[in-house]
Design a protein around this ligand. Structure first.
Ligand code: ZN
Length: 299
């Protein structure tokens, strides 16, 4: 389900500019003025396009309006729904006759876009731009740290993958968008792996359960501490985890199922890997992708 791969988790603290947003195939109305041979060209909109790769534009992203006659554009109005209440106006950042670049304003809603040239008139797109608010559909930063401790050193040994069982027992795909991949502590601290809701989640290695709780952004989540001190956090479980704090779990033992609780859109596992001594116990979050791939490859 490639379209869901663009959603997933996003750290609230991070100001993430998505690398892409949907190319809306907007072959706009082309009002050909019958007559008026000397009239200047009115703007014409052929296509609304964000960077390729995602299904929607988000607030703050740059929208490209492709067409013609746009060299004199004074403003772009994001019309949203019917009526003027939700209209949002933005000045183009760059424009030539055939391409105009404009930032999608905060508060803009899905709807047609109007290009305004005070000299020659305005034209609106025949199709609606899909706009999604930043943060909606994006998912969660981790729960607030219980007691932040001094970070431990991140050494090569600390990040080297160790053998174990892949946490998702079923078909899955890795999130590849900017908000699905690891980009550091306080930002997106893990990786999102998409799988059907209800797919079993298991412990990768023998471990002790250090947290099993619910949090508004993480949803139902569980944190394990391996015997080497590393921490594994699983977020957005469909229901409360199957294990309780202090419990020992074996490699491959079920701990819950994939879900979309908390601030998540689409069923997925947000997985974090922390160096020893673990999750908010003095360890540091590291990119879990190499470890996940190693477990995944081991079958
Ligand atoms: Zn995530």
């Amino acid at each position: 389900m490639p379209s869901s791969v663009v959603v997933g988790c996003r750290a609230a603290l991070a100001v993430l500019i998505l690398s892409g947003c949907l190319a809306v195939p907007a072959w706009a109305a082309v009002p050909t003025s019958a007559g008026g041979a000397t009239a200047p060209d009115r703007p014409r909109i052929d296509e609304l396009r964000c960077a390729p790769g995602t299904a929607v534009c988000r607030h703050g992203e740059l929208l490209s309006v492709l067409g013609s006659g746009m060299q004199g554009t004074d403003a772009v109005v994001f019309l949203g729904r019917r009526g003027a209440r939700d209209d949002r106006r933005s000045r183009p950042r760059a424009t030539d006759g055939s391409k105009l670049t404009v930032q999608v304003p905060y508060g803009a809603r899905s709807g047609p876009v109007k290009v305004v040239d005070r000299g020659v008139g305005a034209i609106r797109s025949s199709t609606a731009l899909q706009v999604r608010a930043k943060g909606r559909a994006a998912a969660p930063p981790p729960p607030a740290p219980p007691a932040p401790a001094a970070p431990g050193p991140v050494t090569a040994a600390a990040v080297a993958p160790t053998p174990g069982v892949f946490p998702i027992r079923g078909a899955h795909t890795y999130g590849e968008s900017a908000q699905n991949v690891f980009n550091g502590r306080g930002r997106h601290q893990g990786n999102d792996v998409f799988a059907a809701c209800g797919t079993p989640l298991v412990a990768p290695q023998p471990a002790t359960v250090t947290r099993s709780a619910f949090q508004s952004r993480a949803g139902h989540y569980v944190v394990l501490k391996a015997d080497d001190g590393r921490g594994f956090a699983y977020m957005h479980l469909r229901e409360a985890s199957l294990v309780t704090k202090g419990q020992r779990v074996a490699a491959g033992q079920p701990v819950g199922t994939v879900g979309d609780t908390g601030r998540a859109s689409g069923c997925h596992l947000h997985f974090e890997l922390w160096t020893a001594p673990g999750w908010y116990e003095g360890g540091e979050p590291i990119d879990p992708r190499p470890q996940l791939k190693a477990w995944d490859g081991a079958g």
